[in-house]
Design a protein. Structure first.
Ligand SMILES: NC(=O)c1ccc[n+]([C@@H]2O[C@H](COP(=O)([O-])OP(=O)(O)OC[C@H]3O[C@@H](n4cnc5c(N)ncnc54)[C@H](O)[C@@H]3O)[C@@H](O)[C@H]2O)c1
Length: 336
């Protein structure tokens, strides 16, 4: 692919990886500094693991496979040899590393895979990015790192006390990125996402589950009293912010959050109204790896990326529910 710009998106069959890839394919002008004439190829990789129902991942890939300049390789970021061959083939200009084990609660059941993927997988990609002189590397990180800190969460807060193996693995990935920037001058942006939701979202997360459970008149499980709040962020806003993160910045950590926290109970009510059905709530104990509240300070994203969230919760929930209803025929059977 001679004069083309090749960009690698890891975790491309995942919720956010799918949206980021779609945005890149639809509007490559979003990519900071991309010469207009050069053709863009988006190379997606994913190991298609079954942490959640794989039909969702397959559906997302089907959408992406419609684009002739999208190439998919089923590949594990833990597999250094295959990754090296991929880098040799494509000579990527940009890497967006979204592949990860992402569930907070499951990270207590199987911490090892969080480290082999989120830490060692990230290291594999950093090492190849250095060797192949990649222009820019973006890593997805998480608001989970801010547990116990004062809100709204600023990037300058010390985040040295992660309360789940998931958060600890992301912290490790972040500091390894810093080392690669410091030693090899690799240009890296770390984007810390705050509770992302939207169409074809993750079935282990609240908004997807609430829609699914209420629609099917199944009990709605809430951990704790439901008064915990989240700074929900719509997936399109996240995809746009992630792509803006490709601009040259040296080394930066940047929050991407909705900047408007909502209580779970209020979200539930919003979904009840939207679906015209009442939830049958079942409370379970609050989980020790969960946070009571999140809220992003997005001053840095506004300043450096000229980014701000554009889709409010009501509109975003409508879009997520509409997607569910349109795809109900198969989504109703997935494992949640
Ligand atoms: N969704 C959120 O609210 C949220 C919040 C904070 C951070 N993040 C981060 O954003 C990124 C994307 O999350 P998501 O919500 O789209 O999750 P997701 O699980 O839908 O997507 C991750 C994808 O990575 C793939 N993957 C996992 N391990 C892999 C490996 N070893 N090799 C190749 N592929 C692998 C999975 O199959 C999956 O398709 C992750 O890094 C996650 O930690 C997400």
């Amino acid at each position: 692919m001679g004069d083309a710009v090749n960009i690698l998106v890891t975790g491309a069959a995942g919720f956010i990886g799918w949206k980021v890839s779609e945005f890149l394919l639809e509007s490559s002008e979003l990519i900071p500094g991309k010469p207009e004439k050069e053709k863009l190829y988006v190379v997606g990789i994913d190991n298609m693991n079954d942490y959640y129902d794989i039909r969702l991942k397959e559906w997302r890939l089907e959408q992406l496979n419609r684009y002739s300049n999208f190439k998919f390789h089923k590949m594990d970021i833990e597999d250094r040899k295959s990754l090296k061959e991929l880098f040799e083939e494509y000579h990527f200009s940009f890497i967006i590393n979204l592949a990860a084990r992402a569930g907070v609660r499951y990270s207590m059941e199987n911490p090892f895979v969080y480290y082999t993927t989120n830490v060692l997988g990230n290291l594999n990609l950093l090492e190849l990015s250095r060797k192949f002189r990649v222009k820019k590397y973006v890593l997805a990180s998480t608001s989970s790192l801010y547990a116990g800190q004062k809100m709204p969460f600023k990037e300058t807060l010390p985040v040295n006390e992660p309360i789940s193996p998931y958060a600890a693995s992301k912290k490790s990935a972040e500091v390894t990125c810093y080392t690669y920037h410091r030693l090899y001058d690799l240009d890296i942006t770390i984007v810390r996402y705050f509770t992302v939701y939207g169409p074809a979202g993750r079935p282990d997360m609240s908004i997807f589950r609430f829609i699914y459970w209420i629609d099917q008149a199944r009990p709605v499980i809430i951990y704790g009293d439901g008064n915990q709040s989240r700074d929900f962020t719509y997936v399109d806003d996240i995809a746009r912010g992630t792509i803006l993160g490709l601009m040259p910045l040296g080394f930066e950590i940047i929050n991407l959050g909705g900047d408007r926290p909502h209580k779970l109970n209020d979200v539930l009510q919003m979904i009840e109204e939207k679906l015209g059905k009442k939830a049958r709530i079942e409370h379970q104990p609050f989980h020790p790896a969960d946070m009571l509240a999140t809220w992003a300070d997005i001053t840095r994203a506004k300043k450096l990326l000229k980014w701000r969230p554009e889709i409010g919760l009501e509109k975003g929930v409508d879009a997520a529910a509409a997607w569910y209803q349109k795809n109900r025929i198969w989504v109703k059977d997935i494992r949640v």
